[in-house]
Design a protein around this ligand. Structure first.
Ligand code: NAG
Length: 257
């Protein structure tokens, strides 16, 4: 299997597609919002392998299993991959820091914003006894805020979905979404002539297109924040011409903010 991780010169494209992005300060300075959180009863340690974000078994191991299903924050799949700091609020049992979870699924319990993996739920506690107490509560009061996702050892990564049918139908999921912005649109471009096609978000972090562009493909992701700032990110690595289902491609991109 040839990984032709070919470097594409995208300077002109970057100039065309990127908007000036004001430098931001602390990216996790948002204020906390009060809510409630539950945990997956049958997630012994990790998250779900069948989450609505389309991550598959990867959804159980990302962020070392500190993951959660979101209800409203799922936002039709746009919320997949977003990171939240979640702290329970009972001062006797809860730590100040709480835990940072990645959204990998959709779901709600009784007026909850998060259903967390048991592992993540436990991490909100000050110690083991407090963790057992929190688990016995089932649902706890929390406060949460969006924070930046950081995977220093991984670039944003594309996994070609098993439902793909080369060269007629392409489906892939985006792993290791970084920073604090949403991926609100994805384009695939023929690297030869920049003939681009906007993809459909099929569900969660899964993007699809029938009759994908041919040749080696360059991906573009539109990152948007809640203030409406938008920026196209163009990975240095392209998806090779002979992409195959199951293949995993490193885009070569780290997103900081
Ligand atoms: C991320 O991509 C860069 C190229 O942009 C590469 O040098 C680096 O090795 C990649 N990191 C990982 C962890 O694969």
């Amino acid at each position: 299997m040839a990984f032709s991780l070919q470097v594409v010169f995208v300077v002109s494209a970057l100039l065309i597609f990127s908007l000036l992005d004001p430098t931001q300060g602390d990216t996790s300075s948002g204020s906390f919002i009060h809510s409630r959180a539950a945990y997956y009863p049958n997630s012994d340690e990790k998250g779900s392998e069948t989450g609505r974000c389309g991550y598959g078994s990867f959804g159980a191991i990302i962020n070392y299993g500190d993951v959660a299903a979101a209800s409203d924050l799922y936002r039709d799949g746009v919320g997949c991959g977003a990171c939240y700091q979640v702290k329970c609020t009972n001062v006797k049992d809860c730590s100040d820091k709480g835990v940072t979870v990645v959204i990998t699924d959709q779901g709600s319990s009784d007026r909850t914003d998060f259903i967390m993996s048991k592992k993540a739920f436990r991490k909100m506690a000050q110690n083991e006894d407090a963790a057992s107490y929190l688990l016995s509560q089932g649902i706890v009061d929390i406060e949460y805020r969006r924070v930046s996702c950081s995977y220093p050892n991984y670039n944003i990564t594309i996994k070609i979905d098993e439902s793909s049918d080369y060269p007629y139908y392409l489906a892939f999921v985006i792993w290791y979404q970084q920073g604090q912005k949403d991926i609100t649109a994805v384009q695939l471009c023929e690297t030869k002539n920049f003939n681009c096609k906007l993809l459909d978000r099929s569900y969660g972090s899964v993007f699809t297109t029938s009759s994908p562009p041919r040749g080696s493909l360059s991906l573009r992701m539109l990152l948007s924040d809640e203030d409406g700032d938008e920026k196209w990110v163009v990975p240095v690595n392209s998806i090779p011409e002979n992409w195959k289902k199951g293949d995993v491609y490193d885009t070569g991109v780290q997103v900081e903010e």
